[in-house]
Write a protein of this length. Structure first.
Length: 311
């Protein structure tokens, strides 16, 4: 796997043997995890948020207590097709690892290594957060299949991504991001899937299934979206802009959602695309949630993503 990319043209892995003889893990959180010790705290004096969640919220991920594979491995990442051949066995070390295609088109998994695609998202603003908002935001970094906001704890949600690689990518970019006035925390969940509510079960629309959503950015394994994944920024990339829409139209659109427009420019060679710079990263996050897929009419919808460029 050394030298192979998680996504085409980006996230290239560098794999080598460590000089450490043993790996000591004190906490189970977004930065470290011991798969043989599910009792470890999230941090100093803290319990894992999920210890208070009851089983009906999801199917429990049983790989933690029962996993018997090689210790010391983190959750499996997904890799694009053609990620490479099997790794030959090393005497006294791990057996061969064969990268194989998973059920999801364009994704692969590594057998024998546990992977989890469900995220635990906490410290959310219960007055502002919605399943759709989480779907749009986390959808920047992968295809979101299901979202569940806890019925009795509206500041906590589960987000199920298409695969473990996308889940890890979302953690890397969104953990610690401010959202609706709060610093959001994202980590891997102990659940392996999100269950939909049973018929007659009170839910109030807090659980949504987006498995077949047309808004998935990564359905096509050859999509250029894989090459344009960037962290949240104050500058947004806009595309699919109709010819009739002017600079003032777009500025007014973003202003109407509470954004402060600091700068704007159309692409010189393609007026269907533009960059817009807002007052802060948090403003840009809110605007992306509100305006991605905005309907201009005549079946033309605005596409919004984070940009690495500035104006």
């Amino acid at each position: 796997l050394d030298g192979h990319s998680i996504y085409t043209g980006c996230c290239t892995l560098r794999v080598d043997f460590s000089k450490l003889a043993n790996l000591t893990v004190k906490y189970n959180n977004d930065k470290s995890r011991d798969f043989t010790r599910i009792d470890l705290p999230f941090g100093d004096g803290q319990r894992t948020v999920e210890t208070s969640l009851s089983p009906p919220f999801a199917t429990q991920n049983t790989i933690f207590p029962s996993y018997t594979g090689p210790s010391g491995f983190a959750p499996a990442l997904g890799f694009p097709q053609g990620a490479g051949p099997s790794v030959p066995p090393v005497p006294g070390a791990l057996g061969p690892l064969m990268v194989t295609t998973s059920a999801a088109p364009g994704h692969v998994t590594i057998p024998g290594i546990p992977g989890n695609s469900v995220l635990l998202v906490s410290n959310l603003n219960p007055e502002a957060i919605t399943p759709y908002g989480l779907f749009i935001l986390f959808g920047v970094y992968g295809d979101v299949h299901r979202v569940k906001i806890m019925f009795k704890k509206r500041g906590i949600a589960l987000v199920q991504m298409a695969d473990a690689a996308q889940a890890q990518l979302a953690i890397n970019y969104l953990n610690g991001q401010r959202l609706y006035g709060r610093v959001m925390h994202a980590t891997l969940s102990k659940y392996q899937t999100i269950q939909l509510p049973h018929e007659g079960q009170e839910d109030k629309g807090l659980t949504k299934d987006y498995s077949n959503s047309p808004l998935h950015r990564f359905k096509n394994p050859c999509s250029r979206n894989f090459q344009n994944i960037f962290p949240p920024s104050a500058t947004l990339h806009l595309s699919n802009i109709p010819p009739s829409v002017t600079v003032d139209d777009l500025k007014n659109l973003f202003t109407s959602k509470g954004s402060t427009v600091k700068g704007f420019k159309f692409f010189q060679k393609d007026c269907k695309m533009a960059l817009i710079q807002l007052g802060s990263v948090e403003e840009a996050v809110h605007a992306l949630i509100e305006l991605h897929n905005h309907d201009f009419g005549e079946n033309q919808h605005l596409k919004v993503s984070f940009s690495k460029s500035s104006i």
